[in-house]
Design a protein around this ligand. Structure first.
Ligand SMILES: [Zn+2]
Length: 156
């Protein structure tokens, strides 16, 4: 871990301590851009599937016009320390920032690893998009219902 990685963990812990004070916000994340700026976010718990802190931090960075993120870390509230990203966040991080490093591990052995190490045999969305050929408009395939009064008929 670099000094900047340790500082990023401290930044996330400071946000967790300051902002994670209810069941709605229990995790804080901090992300550093390639030019050294740090953006943070907290999770937004909701039973419909509110976003994780990592996704909120990505959104905060995007809101401020940040460039690529190079390192990210999430920490739990109440001193739970660094927590690894969930599966969805791993996929989001990989798709948005393929070379991002993620800080993981126990308190006495934190390390920054490439997100690709956290998601082997990765699904790459763009590799599986099939181009559908565009043909002529489909007409006459289905019987077209005539709604009375909706159009002129030939007899009118
Ligand atoms: Zn997540």
């Amino acid at each position: 871990m670099r000094d900047t990685d340790r500082a990023l963990v401290q930044a996330a812990m400071a946000v967790a301590k300051l902002r994670c004070r209810s069941d709605n916000h229990t995790v804080a994340a901090a992300a550093r851009t390639t030019d050294g700026r740090v953006f943070s976010g907290v999770n937004v718990y909701h039973f419909t599937g509110g976003p994780c802190a990592e996704v909120v931090a990505i959104g905060a960075a995007a809101t401020q016009g940040a460039g690529d993120l190079e390192t990210i870390v999430a920490v739990g509230d109440r001193g739970r320390g660094v927590i690894p990203p969930c599966g969805r966040c791993r996929q989001v991080l990989l798709d948005y920032f393929p070379s991002i490093r993620v800080i993981v591990g126990p308190p006495d052995a934190l390390r920054a690893v490439p997100v690709t190490d956290l998601l082997p045999e990765t699904y790459v969305w763009s590799d599986h998009q099939v181009e559908v050929p565009v043909g002529p408009p489909r007409t006459g395939v289905w019987p077209m219902p005539v709604v009375p009064g909706s159009r002129q008929s030939a007899e009118d």
